[in-house]
Design a protein around this ligand. Structure first.
Ligand SMILES: *[C@@H]1O[C@H](CO)[C@@H](O)[C@H](O)[C@H]1NC(C)=O
Ligand SMILES: *[C@@H]1O[C@H](CO)[C@@H](O)[C@H](O)[C@H]1NC(C)=O
Ligand SMILES: *[C@@H]1O[C@H](CO)[C@@H](O)[C@H](O)[C@H]1NC(C)=O
Ligand SMILES: *[C@@H]1O[C@H](CO)[C@@H](O)[C@H](O)[C@H]1NC(C)=O
Ligand SMILES: *[C@@H]1O[C@H](CO)[C@@H](O)[C@H](O)[C@H]1NC(C)=O
Length: 383
């Protein structure tokens, strides 16, 4: 009997413990500098609702709805200037996440329908600002989603200056781009990559410079990740000319590459990658196409600049440099023209031939002139 009682108490205890543990802590991993919205999962605050957001146990925000459903929302932690409350849903947006913002966030909802609690544990990964993307006009730009692969539940939206331009609903298998918006400036220019949901904008024009935002959420999770890119287009490409046999250096334009940067040099010949620095590892003469670069390439491991030695006419053309890292994305193009050394020989031959021609023409003229003068002399003699 005593044993049964003990088991009963134990069962009760287990139940209570389980009751507490059913509260799941959602783990949210955010790239520092990005933003995140923690969702209340309430579509509309009802009258008499009280929402309280806490960070590490301290109250940071409170939302009250009175009897007439007049909502009052307040961030109580004044030093946190990066918090924003949604007055309709009670969602908490944390912008520009810093290390100090990482930790446990809790939401208590007290309403006439009962009370509930949600917890989020935010951890920060690496450092990131608004990504600055520099792209040459007429070139293409890839804005990475940051996902290695889209998962079944992922919902992705892309906006340009607050206008929806692309959407992915992986659950429904829908990949849509909206290139009619904003007077059609994106027409035929928007593409989504199937695997990662990254946005590709082709044939860049100045009027598509500006802020791009991606939101990523999962249907099963209660938060949305945001990432912004500041895209600026720049006119033209850098042009360089060289004489066959000399060296040409294409400058990356960055003083130093970061440890997380991936540097890729591509040549238009076969659109192949010819040199690469991937997280500190230098690879040159990857030489996709046909061995035309073999033994000619030198990559500066500090700056990422590329030198082509003993350049030949077959190296002329367009080169692309892509720098992608946590903190920046840079796309550049270079156009190299190569003068053949034979060119000088041709010019010399042409000059010599021209001089010879002049001499011959001069000689003929002199002879003709003399003949005419002789004719006149004979005419004079006859009178
Ligand atoms: C991302 O979500 C926020 C609200 O959480 C919204 O204001 C913003 O427009 C959304 N951006 C995109 C790209 O969907
Ligand atoms: C995505 O598609 C699923 C299935 O069709 C649908 O239930 C869900 O509401 C869609 N999500 C969005 C954000 O449109
Ligand atoms: C955007 O710029 C391109 C080229 O500069 C121009 O042809 C196009 O009409 C512009 N579109 C809008 C909507 O301004
Ligand atoms: C992406 O998916 C679409 C539709 O399923 C398909 O038509 C297209 O070929 C795919 N593209 C790539 C690069 O896999
Ligand atoms: C985006 O970059 C441009 C040029 O670098 C700058 O003038 C602009 O202020 C930036 N915008 C934002 C929102 O950072």
């Amino acid at each position: 009997m005593q044993n049964l009682g003990l088991i009963f108490v134990l069962l009760l205890f287990v139940n209570v413990v389980c009751g507490v543990e059913t509260e799941v802590v959602e783990a949210v991993s955010v790239i520092l500098g990005d933003s995140v919205t923690l969702q209340s999962e309430v579509t509309q605050i009802q009258r008499n609702d009280v929402f309280e957001w806490r960070f590490s146990g301290h109250r940071i925000a409170i939302i009250n709805s009175d009897r007439n459903n007049k909502v009052q929302a307040e961030v109580t932690e004044k030093i946190r200037d990066n918090l924003q409350l949604d007055h309709q849903t009670g969602d908490l947006k944390i912008r520009n996440i810093r290390t100090a913002d990482c930790g446990l966030y809790e939401l208590d909802i007290n309403s006439a329908r009962g009370s509930s609690k949600k917890s989020f544990s935010i951890s920060g990964v690496a450092s990131d600002d608004t990504k600055v993307v520099l792209v040459m006009e007429r070139d293409s730009v890839i804005l990475p989603s940051g996902l290695s692969e889209i998962q079944r539940e992922d919902q992705i939206t892309w906006k340009f200056k607050d206008t929806l331009i692309a959407k992915i609903n992986e659950t429904a298998g829908i990949f849509s781009t909206y290139d009619d918006v904003l007077d059609g400036r994106f027409r035929y220019r928007l593409h989504l990559t199937n695997q990662t949901g990254s946005l590709i904008v082709t044939n860049v024009k100045p009027n598509i410079s500006g802020l791009y935002e991606i939101n990523i959420s999962k249907s099963s999770s209660r938060y949305t990740m945001h990432k912004t890119f500041n895209v600026t287009s720049k006119e033209g490409e850098s042009r360089q000319s060289a004489t066959e046999g000399n060296s040409v250096t294409l400058l990356s334009g960055v003083p130093e590459i970061h440890s997380d940067d991936v540097i890729v040099w591509r040549s238009e010949h076969g659109d192949s990658i010819i040199a690469k620095i991937d997280r500190g590892k230098v690879l040159t003469t990857l030489d996709g196409a046909d061995g035309r670069y073999s033994g000619t390439l030198e990559l500066d491991s500090k700056t990422g600049s590329l030198t082509i030695r003993h350049i030949r006419t077959e190296h002329a053309g367009l080169y692309h440099l892509d720098i992608t890292g946590q903190r920046r994305t840079i796309f550049k193009r270079f156009f190299i023209s190569v003068c053949s050394q034979n060119w000088f020989r041709y010019v010399m031959v042409v000059i010599v031939v021209a001089v010879l021609l002049l001499v011959v023409i001069g000689a003929i003229a002199v002879i003709r002139c003399r003949q005419t003068q002789n004719g006149k002399y004979y005419k004079k003699l006859m009178y």
